[in-house]
Design a protein around this ligand. Structure first.
Ligand code: G16
Length: 476
């Protein structure tokens, strides 16, 4: 058997390179995908294949192409590293059977991964990933993976090298108010975190007349020794750059450019929940779109407060952008966001798009002509103050078991406050407390950590709840 079981997490299959994630296992998973789309009757529509800037990414992508070709499936292979939302855009444009992006997104450098997007353009739903997983795990025990060489695949016309950038970038102009950004004459600091956002985000900003200062705009498979995640700590360098100069906004995207990062004009990190609420409010005021807003179980209820202000419905989904993408395709929503810094909008891809989120943030700053801090102040005045925090706790298998046991017992009090209600889903239990604050503890599906999410009306309550959550997880 070729290694341990293959499991798809919150988005795709991820593993440590040369341990879990090997050429052989990429071939196995691709064969499972080929069988899946063949059974769906989609194989004639071809697959879009891309890769990120990680170690050996293009090589792993090539392996996927060779297996697809051996199965008679044509590939549209990206000529450069590609953001996941761009793969999504191309699947829809080409009416392809789906897409594979070789990426471990925001995970540390030693990881690689494979994201499979379905024919509707979004991250595959559990019914698809369960089928692929089960096929892959059966294949692990057999020696029946079909592979041909790349030269043979090309000779048979089963691989087409494609430039994914132009069509996607042209389309951005229809979705973003470029003229407003141009009028704003923005000075923007951009951290590309060595990832696939290069020449997408920075070029779009330059095309919109911004003066752009870029850091980490080249490929480094070690990501400067960090994870390519636009978190507060990882954006400290961008913040330092902003403090030395005069900027209107700081923007960042993660390794596969589906997550966003935003810094205010003074270099202060804007947490993704706050950014989502501001963008939803802004879009409701500046677009004439129908439809509701979707957020995941773990995402801020500030979204609900903004939705209430504008009289639109809110849809709560499980954690994973696939569920939000599905609602977008069904035409139910005009905005979807996740606390992990993912968002998309009406008429765009059913996948989170960090490039679009950043450009909308630039548009918002240009049109509103005020700092993010001021916009937030105004929003809190309008809809009430809702603050939030998320911490990640590394846990051992013993912690995990004990935690599951503790979580299964009824809780009547957390952080000195009575539990007034609870909601249990596949993503854990959210405890609603008597002062309307809440706490959710859940195991991540992409990292070996437990996440504690808290929301409350004041900074002190947030601290108390974070402390209570930490103690609970660690059993102290
Ligand atoms: C993935 C998923 C997101 C999810 C995030 C965090 O993001 O696509 O929908 O919110 O992981 O998931 P978890 O809390 O289970 O780790 P990405 O950017 O890593 O693909």
């Amino acid at each position: 058997m070729l290694g341990g079981k293959i499991t798809f997490g919150t988005s795709g299959w991820r593993g440590v390179i040369a341990d879990d994630f090997t050429v052989d296992r990429v071939r196995v998973v691709t064969q499972a995908i080929a069988d899946h789309i063949t059974e769906q009757g989609l194989k004639d529509r071809g697959m879009v294949v891309g890769y990120d800037t990680r170690f050996l990414s293009e090589r792993f992508a090539e392996e996927a192409v060779k297996v697809l070709a051996a199965n008679g499936i044509r590939t549209y292979l990206s000529t450069r590293d590609a953001p996941t939302p761009v793969i999504s855009f191309e699947i829809i444009r080409k009416k392809a059977a789906g897409g594979i992006n070789v990426t471990a997104s925001h995970n540390p450098p030693e990881y690689s991964g494979l994201k499979f997007s379905s024919s509707w353009g979004g991250p595959a739903l559990p019914e698809a990933t369960l089928d692929i997983e089960s096929r892959a795990n059966t294949l692990l025990n057999k020696n029946s993976i079909l592979v041909i060489t790349l030269a043979e695949a090309k000779e048979k016309g089963l691989v087409e090298d494609v430039d994914l950038q132009k069509a996607y970038s042209d389309d951005l102009r229809k979705k973003i108010d470029i003229e407003s950004i141009r009028k704003g004459k923005l000075k923007v600091a951009v951290d590309l975190l060595y990832g696939t956002g290069k020449d997408y985000l920075d070029s779009a900003l330059r095309d919109a007349g911004c003066t752009v200062t870029v850091i980490h705009g080249h490929r480094d498979p070690l990501f400067g020794g960090r994870s390519p995640e636009p978190s507060e700590i990882n954006l400290a360098e961008l913040s330092a750059v902003m403090k030395k100069g005069k900027f209107d906004i700081g923007l960042a995207v993660d390794g596969d450019a589906d997550r966003f990062g935003i810094l205010d004009c003074d270099g202060t990190y804007v947490n993704p929940n706050q950014a989502l609420a501001l963008l939803l409010d802004y879009l409701c005021r500046t677009r004439t779109w129908n439809g509701g807003a979707a957020r995941s179980f773990a995402t801020t209820h500030l979204i609900d407060a903004v939705a209430k202000k504008h009289g639109i419905d809110v849809y709560e989904t499980g954690v994973g952008f696939k569920y939000i993408g599905d609602l977008l395709v069904q035409g139910k929503i005009m905005f979807g966001g996740e606390e992990s810094a993912g968002m998309t909008i009406k008429d765009h891809v059913p996948e989170k798009d960090g490039i679009v989120a950043c450009l909308l943030a630039a548009e918002m700053v240009a049109r509103e002509k005020r700092s993010v801090k001021d916009m937030l102040k105004r929003l809190y005045k309008d809809v009430g103050t809702i603050l939030n925090e998320r911490i990640n706790i590394r846990i051992t298998d013993t912690n995990r078991k004990e935690m599951a046991e503790r979580l299964s017992k009824p809780l009547t009090e957390i952080g000195g406050l009575r539990v007034k209600g609870k909601k249990t889903t596949a993503d854990g239990t959210k405890y609603m407390l008597e002062d309307d604050s809440w706490i959710l503890m859940r195991a991540s599906g992409t990292e070996p950590v437990v996440r504690v999410y808290v929301e409350a009306g004041s900074g002190e309550r947030i601290e108390e709840l974070v402390g209570a959550g930490r103690k609970f997880i660690l059993g102290q």
